[in-house]
Design a protein around this ligand. Structure first.
Ligand SMILES: [Fe+2]
Length: 232
């Protein structure tokens, strides 16, 4: 398997391409304005895109999953309410399998109520794609889109921090140029979580004083239709 991490400079989003040894590919959290970049990678690796996976309804960029479906016919795997022939609704614990690639879906509400993380179990160590649930030295915010700091704490401490310490963590965003972490490192050094109680975490989250997400009003309605204008 080949793993590529692609950075979108406007939204500091990481997308991931996983290419199997048989020439098939999965993309996680594609950004619509980076379709050309992905096309070049698919060509370079000589792979066919089969699945486009969404960690949640993004508020900071427009998803490329709908456009990729139109170009490549790739199936969209997500937990969005809206489902049609383009998409499959993932469930907690479900396995996504593509050739030798095996990914377990983990429902991790808190950043949004539809947030999922994905564990690539066919690698050693395993790899966690943590979306905006767990960031390197941080977490996603929990003040929009049915976010909830209490659920976020539970998702991280009970579902992610119980994974093997060696599990690598690839986040949905980074704002400092960091690319990868591990469960052990985040358990011990994440300033919002390391040895913090749920009460302390909720207090930290309530005092972040973050500004209103600048793309939320444009991005969320589009992303409810996988980044495409709704024709209905
Ligand atoms: Fe997000």
């Amino acid at each position: 398997m080949v793993l590529k991490q692609i950075f979108d400079t406007d939204s500091s989003t990481y997308s991931y391409i996983l290419a199997s040894n048989e020439g098939n590919a999965i993309i996680i959290d594609p950004v619509t304005k980076d379709l050309e970049k992905y096309k070049n990678i698919f060509q370079e690796l000589d792979v066919t895109l089969i699945f486009s996976v969404e960690t949640h309804t993004h508020a900071d960029h427009i998803s490329g999953s709908g456009a990729l479906n139109e170009i490549y016919g790739s199936k969209i795997l997500s937990s969005l309410d809206k489902m049609d022939s383009r998409a499959h609704r993932i469930q907690d614990g479900e396995m996504i399998e593509l050739d030798e690639i095996k990914i377990r879906c983990l429902h991790t509400p808190g950043h949004t109520d539809d947030s999922y993380c994905f564990i690539l179990e066919s690698e050693n160590p395993n790899i966690l794609f943590s979306g905006d649930t767990l960031l390197i030295g941080g977490t996603g915010r929990s003040d929009f889109q049915n976010g909830c700091p209490s659920s976020l704490y539970e998702s991280i401490t009970k579902k992610l921090f119980t994974l093997d310490d060696k599990t690598l963590v690839y986040p949905g965003h980074d704002y400092k140029g960091l690319t990868v972490s591990s469960i052990a490192h985040e358990k011990n050094h994440n300033p919002r979580l390391g040895n913090k109680s749920k009460k302390e975490f909720i207090e930290i989250m309530a005092n972040l004083n973050l500004s209103y997400p600048k793309m939320i009003d444009e991005a969320v309605p589009l992303n409810k239709n996988f980044g495409m204008p709704d024709k209905d």
